[in-house]
Structure formats: C-alpha cells, structure tokens
Write a protein that binds this ligand. Structure first.
Ligand SMILES: CC(C)(COP(=O)(O)OP(=O)(O)OC[C@H]1O[C@@H](n2cnc3c(N)ncnc32)[C@H](O)[C@@H]1OP(=O)(O)O)[C@@H](O)C(=O)NCCC(=O)NCCS
Length: 129
C-alpha cells in the first residue's frame, strides 16, 4: 500500500457551537448527513462530536486536494462509526468522483475531541495526485 495523501484539520468547538446557535437546522443539514446528525443527537458532548465530524470532512478535503472547490459538497463526505466506535468515511457525489480520478483506494481517518477543540487526520492510500 502506498500513502498517497494526508490531510489534517482542527476545529474550535465554541465557534462551531455559535454557528449552530445562529443558523440552526439550515446549517446542520447543509453540513452534516442524517447519519451524522443521528450519531451526535442527544449526546452529552454533541458539539464536540459535530466538531470532530467537521474536522474530518476538512481533513478529507485536504486529502482530495480540493477544499470546497470543484463542486465537492460537505455532504459528499460522511463519517460513520463502526460498532467499535471506529470512524470511517463514506464518499459520494463529487467527492467520490475526485477520489476515483486520483485512484485513491481507501481513506482512513482518526478523530479526537476535547471541550475546546476537535482534530481529525485523514490518510489516503493509492497512486495519489
Ligand atoms: C477509543 C478511545 C481511544 C477514544 O479516546 P478518547 O480519549 O476517549 O476520546 P477522543 O476524543 O480522543 O476520541 C474520540 C473519537 O475516537 C474515535 N473512536 C472511538 N472508538 C474508536 C476505535 N475503536 N478505534 C478508532 N477510533 C475510535 C471516534 O471517532 C471518537 O469520536 P466520535 O465518537 O465523535 O466519532 C477510548 O475511548 C478508548 O477506548 N480507550 C481505550 C483505553 C481506555 O479505556 N482508557 C480509559 C482509561 S485511561
């Protein structure tokens, strides 16, 4: 396996919480998939979990080398947790297309969060850009 790309991102939980308070459901539904929202709903540290997902999406955008350009949508990058709690990435739409173009075979992520910040790292295997 060849490491083709790596991306990392850090999110300020307080700032994300303020965005959620300000823009509410409209913001949540634009950025997070129903699966992600369901995972975070009702959890004691909901904003931290959401911030972890936000960081993961940005880390994956760095792996793809696109940011939000080239039509990649927040919802194209979904974080799902395995029964063990381990997170993995589901790519759809333009995100999937770009990963295929770059012949990325797999994207592995890791997420961590504390009260103030969330951080995520994404590593892609494949041929790379
Ligand atoms: C998995 C574990 C390492 C998470 O670490 P943590 O410091 O509690 O929390 P972090 O904020 O760093 O990480 C949380 C993220 O880890 C990820 N995670 C959870 N279980 C995981 C697993 N089995 N494998 C990989 N990643 C995992 C998730 O993405 C989670 O965030 P999310 O729920 O928002 O998706 C921890 O819960 C664990 O099981 N540790 C084992 C050792 C232990 O029990 N220590 C406690 C005594 S010191």
């Amino acid at each position: 396996m060849t490491i083709a790309a790596h991306g990392i991102d850090m999110v300020d939980c307080k700032r994300l919480g303020e965005m959620i308070d300000r823009y509410g459901e409209r913001f949540l539904n634009r950025v997070f998939t129903p699966v992600e929202l369901e995972y975070c709903r009702g959890r004691k540290r909901r904003t931290e979990h959401l911030a972890g997902r936000f960081a993961a999406k940005e880390a994956v955008m760095k792996v793809l080398g696109t940011g939000l350009r080239k039509g990649v949508n927040w919802l194209d990058i979904e974080v799902v947790n395995e029964p063990s709690g381990r997170p993995r990435i589901n790519l759809t739409g333009k995100g999937r297309e770009i990963a295929d173009e770059q012949e990325l075979t797999e994207i592995i992520i890791s997420i961590s969060h504390i009260t103030t910040h969330a951080i995520a790292s994404a590593v892609a295997s494949g041929k790379g850009p």
